[in-house]
Design a protein. Structure first.
Lengths: 775, 301, 167
């Protein structure tokens, strides 16, 4: 039974309402201090000398003797005290390419410079002489033999691979239709409006403190330990207000921090590195490109029978996060559908290009683009209604995924499709636009509407969360509580929802709850701010800790006031005695109790996240419960195509996202809308052009993200189908909106023009070629 | 280095001429800053820059008037001024319309028509309109003033006929009532803040039901913004119904449009670049031209 | 050169190179870090300020051109603790997420509201087309500006799904 949510939760706390974001005032007045707004006393500016070629060997590094180098700090690999390494998953990426070492991508860091005078520093860059023996670069992922990681999902009846294959082939042989397709997506740049920015300060104890724009302070912390050969306690990493991340500040900050730290160590002064936009675009990680081949067996009535999917992802020069991106990609590649037989292969390979990394969606926008576009192709070739095909095959409660996971709760594929179909008047427009093309065959503008269905596993894959052992909690303060977690607010509203999720169990007003600045030396490691886990996993852990503290405080109050602990309630910052059958009686204000309790010593409650019982994943066979739960999203996109120019205008977008429960509906809608527009940019505008391993378009002027005139009006529906083990029923939300819009655009263009353009972005040039029958 | 560049913030044309007469090395003119400041920040041209002549406050370069069927636009006329001007709305509304498609509001407040002209980029959005209007550029310097027809001004890739000691003073454009209605279409990369892939501008009068004095100009179809003389000749004396992509959905005889499009094809030399392809530019400019000619013929809805 | 100008209602002065960008003068010499650098080429609008009543990108204005001008930055919009209704709407409607585009966005929105143009979806979007945002998708920004203009935007649509027999 579905019903509109009654948002007036009487006497409940802030969860489920939309209190204004806690950092809103500083942001709207310009008082929020991002890294570049802070001047560090005695600071130097830092810059990186980079490789001009995509592949080669460094023969020598020298300073031009004709240049005045006084007051300039110079660092090469020889200056690295620990390991010459950016530590992440696999130890393959050096911090600096030294003499005799191999350059694996253009812009690869070779040496570092620091100087007080920024203009002089720029000139100095041009006077570092690096001699390189050039080697031919491998730029085509399909030609690469160096596999970073590969996965295979082999799902179907049968005890062995041979049996499964036989059954699958039988399904193909007997199918009414076999549909094949190939789909390609390329790099996408995160284009956070604040470029990467880091300052490293040397410490008296020989350690280093790092401040900056980042998503995962402990990633940097771990990387610095190995680079600088320092123990944990001599490194502190502190997040500054961060102007956007989207994954682009997940792993990359370890690179820029390593440069700043080495310069700080050598110069003995703070070193600030702020990337200008073109350096940021040219040198930092991007979304993995992918080439995806699908072959599907379909029954005459549109029932999906079997699929064989092959995905090749381009990892760039170093492994970075590729194994995890490919993992997520493979786990979502068959889409939100039942497949009796599924063979899915995914490999991520090396090329001599900039290493690729995390970008919202993390492998899923790529593989969902392929499967959803393929569903359109199936419907188109078989003359079936694509929405009906989706409804017929989409997961429902109790279905089994290609890893053998039984979907036990919170499945909203059908509900998402239905909600979007209704609000967008999908069937009506589908028929009307098609009729318009029949009535006016010579019109120069045609309209189309298309739909997609996406799902996204919330939290880390498989045993990731168990391995991580995320810890977070709350500390009692004189007036309320402070949330302690390394999770970062990068715009999505972490600080606000943490305050809500702590305030409610504690019975405090939001204003009494603060969130500690993420500082590795002061707060527990709640894990990285990635994988749509911050609200569900960390927020849930914060709430658990808040409940523990509330319970302890209730006991304290009970003893102090001589009442049973289970009759003590805190509401609105006031402790009351709620005896059964009697009117509640005020006991004390929170501040009074806090003061009394703190006089005995601090009160800190830290909890560790644990998956609910019964969730089990085998990392070896890649079988089992890949994620504790999934988010679901349907998206309808309406377009007008101008046949004179093949320009595609987005008229309207309607999207329904099931996030379990909206802890803060306005912030949740903001995530959905923001992710949707990023995905629309992916679909239509965003593309890198390459030459010999260099990116040609490295500026905002020529790498185009949507402006307010490109972004359409978005009708958003938040679906709340509670996940029983999520805090207040909530599931992960951050990445789900990124997965569906691009194939919905493809579907709309197909509807309008009859052309399926299986490559992103769907530019006017590509659409024109398709219409004209050109490759 | 930027810190060693001398800047003259001129307050009069005489002051500008006095500096120009000295022919200082590495002289660049600074108007609204939307081009030069961006280049300097990007490190382009910094080494060559010796002296900047800031003309932003030279009053003689600001005017927007109308006399005897001709608009006189000072070189420092901003896009925002064109958008807001009742004179432009009355006498050359296409100039206001194209100004709204240049950059966005903050750029429109500082970007100048004169800057667009003197940068002479093949992608300069006002330039095809000025060419189609057969605008006259009035330039001046210590050696006096002269007029340069727009068709003779763009002599090479980002090169103009301006002398080393000359400044663009104003741009003179005949009104729509006098010279014919002007229409254009910019095909950009996105809906705002976009550089053109192609931009066609057409001006013509209707006489006895056919197009007369057809002037066609294009941007981004060659190294300079260009007049399309062959296409003009093919369109002259004709009248155009709305047409479709030849061969795809053509409802009736499309041969006249095809002839104009073939002539345009001969006029232009588009290339493949970061923004688009030569093929796309050819095809689109032909389609857009057909649409604009139909619009001028008064046959579109 | 000795640059003298009025910033946020106060007379200010700084000794700067004449071609120094006004953005850098504000941030470095005048300690007004509200205006941000996002692109250095006038594409993103994060550096937007108001000069003599006009919205401009401060990364494109040379110091010498700001001589004697009246400049208003994000810091000058609120008077003390009293935020503009526009700023309040941004906070309440979710118009700011990471906040880096917010100063420039609010300056542009403020200019728009001052212009008296009708706050239709199309007009608002055109007014902020020179301010890039990567977080919000613009929807909540448009709603916040409309709310400041007195147009009440719709609430977030929510749909509850209850599952029978969850295992």
């Amino acid at each position: 039974m579905n019903a509109p949510v009654n948002s007036a939760r009487a006497a409940a706390g802030p969860v489920g309402t939309s209190p204004p974001r806690v950092d809103g005032e500083e942001k709207v007045t310009g008082r929020a201090r991002y890294l570049d707004d802070v001047e560090f006393p005695n600071q130097l500016w830092g810059r990186t000398v980079r490789s001009a070629v995509a592949h080669g060997r460094v023969k020598s590094i020298a300073l031009d003797p004709a240049f005045d180098w006084s007051g300039i700090t110079f660092v090469t690999a020889a200056d690295i005290p620990g390991e010459n390494l950016i530590a992440l998953i696999v130890d393959d990426q050096p911090c600096l390419v030294g003499v005799g070492m191999e350059i694996q991508h253009a812009e690869e860091p070779i040496a570092l410079l620091a100087c007080e005078d920024r203009e002089r520093l720029e000139r100095a860059l041009k006077h570092v002489r690096v001699e390189v023996e050039e080697l031919p670069p491998l730029l085509d992922p399909l030609a690469s033999q160096k596999v970073f990681k590969k996965y295979q999902l082999d799902f179907g009846p049968g005890a062995s691979a041979a049996e499964k294959k036989a059954a699958r082939e039988a399904a193909f042989a007997s199918a009414a239709r076999v549909v094949e397709g190939e789909y390609r997506v390329s790099h996408q740049e995160q284009m956070y409006i604040e470029p990467n920015a880091i300052c490293a300060l040397p410490r008296e104890d020989g350690g280093v403190t790092i401040h900056g724009s980042m998503q995962c302070p402990f990633y940097i912390h771990r990387a610095m330990q190995r680079l600088l050969a320092l123990p944990e306690e001599k490194i502190a990493v502190i997040q500054a207000v961060t102007g956007g991340g989207f994954g682009g500040k997940e792993d990359f900050p370890s690179v820029i921090a390593s440069h700043a730290a080495l310069l700080a160590r050598k110069s003995g002064r703070p070193v600030k590195i702020i990337y200008k936009r073109d350096e940021d675009v040219a040198c930092t990680t991007k979304r993995h490109p992918a080439i995806m081949k699908l072959k599907t067996a379909v029954a005459a009535d549109g029932t999906f029978l079997a699929c064989e999917i092959d995905v090749v992802m381009d990892g760039g020069a170093y492994v970075t996060l590729s194994p995890v991106v490919a993992s997520r990609g493979v786990l979502h590649a068959a889409g939100a559908y039942r497949w009796p037989h599924a063979l899915i292969d995914c490999r991520v390979v090396q090329t001599h290009t900039i290493p690729n990394g995390a970008f919202r969606g993390f492998g899923v926008p790529q593989t969902i683009f392929a499967i959803e576009s393929h569903v359109e192709k199936i419907a188109h070739e078989m003359g079936l209604d694509p929405l009906a095909v989706r409804r017929k095959n989409c997961f429902v409660l109790g279905d089994v995924t290609p890893t053998g996971q039984v979907l036990r709760w919170s499945v909203s594929a059908r509900e998402s499709l239905d909600a979007v179909a209704e609000l967008s008047r999908f069937d009506e427009k589908r028929a009307a636009f098609a009729q318009a093309r029949i009535d006016h065959p010579h019109a120069r503008k045609v309209r189309g509407i298309g739909m997609s269905l996406a799902h996204h596993g919330a939290g880390f894959t498989g045993s990731g969360e168990d391995k991580l052992k995320a810890r977070a909690g709350v500390e009692l303060t004189a007036t309320g509580a402070r949330v302690l977690a390394i999770s970062t607010d990068i715009g999505q509203g972490t600080n606000t929802i943490f305050a809500q999720m702590a305030a409610e169990p504690l019975g405090l007003p939001m204003s009494a709850v603060e969130v500690a600045q993420p500082d590795t030396s002061k707060v527990p490691d709640s894990g990285p701010t990635v994988a749509s886990r911050t609200l569900m996993v960390v927020g849930g852990t914060v709430a658990k800790a808040a409940r523990a503290m509330a319970s302890q405080l209730a006991s304290f109050v009970a003893e102090r006031h001589g009442v049973p602990a289970d009759e003590v309630v805190c509401t609105g910052g006031v402790f009351t005695h709620a005896a059964p059958g009697q009117a509640p009686r005020e006991l004390a204000a929170f501040a009074e109790i806090a003061a009394a309790r703190l006089s005995q010593g601090p009160l800190v409650c830290i909890e560790q996240y644990k998956h609910p019982a019964g969730i089990h994943f085998d990392d070896e066979t890649y079988a089992g419960d890949a994620y504790p739960c999934f988010g679901w999203a349907a998206t309808a996109v309406e377009v007008t195509v101008d046949l004179d120019t093949c320009e595609i205008t987005l008229d309207r977008v309607t999207t329904a996202n099931d996030i379990g429960a909206a802890v803060n509906p306005v912030l949740a809608a903001g995530q959905i809308e923001g992710g949707t527009v990023q995905a629309l940019g992916y679909a239509l505008l965003e593309e890198h052009h390459w030459k010999n391993g260099h990116i040609l378009n490295t500026r905002m002027q020529n790498y185009l993200i949507p402006t307010s005139l490109d972004a359409p009006h978005i009708d958003t529906i938040i679906i709340e189908n509670p996940y029983p083990h999520g805090p207040w029923g909530a599931k992960g939300l951050g990445e789900l909106p990124m997965d569906g819009p691009a194939p919905a655009v493809l579907a709309a263009v197909l509807h309008a023009t009859g052309q399926l353009v299986p490559v992103l972005p769907i530019t006017p040039e590509r659409l024109m070629n398709a219409i004209e029958g050109q490759p | 280095m930027i810190s060693q560049v001398e800047v003259t913030s001129a307050r009069s044309l005489a002051e500008c001429y006095a500096l120009l007469a000295q022919r200082p090395a590495g002289l660049r003119v600074l108007a609204g800053g939307t081009d030069l400041m961006v280049q300097l920040t990007a490190g382009i041209g910094v080494e060559r820059l010796g002296h900047a002549l800031d003309i932003w406050r030279v009053p003689e370069l600001r005017q927007l008037s109308f006399e005897n069927g001709t608009l006189r636009l000072g070189a420092l006329t901003t896009y925002a001024e064109l958008i807001e001007s009742p004179l432009i709305a009355t006498h050359a509304p296409a100039l206001a319309a194209v100004s709204r498609e240049i950059g966005a509001w903050a750029i429109q407040n500082r970007g100048t028509l004169g800057g667009n002209v003197c940068n002479a980029s093949p992608a300069g959005d006002s330039l095809p309109l000025l060419l189609a209007a057969q605008a006259v550029f009035v330039v001046g310097g210590p050696r006096g003033e002269r007029q340069i027809p727009s068709s003779e001004f763009f002599v090479g890739y980002r090169k103009t006929a301006l002398g080393a000691d000359e400044l663009l003073l104003r741009i003179e454009v005949e009104s729509d009532e006098q010279a014919g209605r002007m229409v254009y279409r910019k095909v950009g990369t996105r809906r705002a803040q976009s550089i053109s892939k192609t931009l066609l501008a057409v001006r013509a009068q209707m006489r006895q039901g056919v197009l007369h004095r057809v002037r066609i100009a294009a941007g981004c179809l060659g190294p300079v913004p260009m007049r399309c003389y062959a296409a003009e000749a093919a369109a002259e004396g004709k009248r155009f119904e709305p047409r479709s992509l030849p061969g795809a959905r053509a409802p009736v005889d499309a041969s006249e449009v095809a002839a104009v499009q073939a002539a345009l094809d001969a006029d232009v030399k588009p290339i493949d670049d970061i923004r688009s392809t030569a093929h796309y530019r050819r095809r689109v400019s032909g389609n857009v031209l057909a649409q604009l000619l139909a619009e001028l013929s008064g046959t579109t809805a | 050169m000795k640059l003298q100008l009025e910033v946020n209602g106060s007379e200010r002065a700084a000794e700067v190179m004449p071609l120094k960008r006004l953005l850098d003068v504000l941030r470095e010499d005048l300690q007004l870090t509200g205006a941000k650098e996002g692109c250095g080429e006038g594409e993103c609008g994060a550096c937007a300020v108001i000069i003599d009543g006009q919205l401009v990108n401060s990364c494109m204005v040379a110091a010498s051109q700001a001589q004697g001008c009246k400049v208003v930055t994000i810091e000058g919009l609120a008077t003390g603790a009293e935020l503009l209704p526009l700023q309040r709407c941004f906070i309440e409607r979710g118009g700011a997420q990471c906040g880096i585009c917010t100063p420039g966005m609010i300056v542009a929105a403020h200019c728009f509201l001052q212009s008296g143009k009708a706050a239709t979806d199309a007009n608002v979007r055109e007014a902020i087309a020179g301010n890039l945002c990567r977080c919000t998708g613009y929807q909540k920004i448009v709603e916040a500006i409309q709310q400041a203009a007195g147009i009440q935007p719709p609430d977030v649509k929510r749909l509850a799904v209850h599952e029978e027999g969850t295992r």
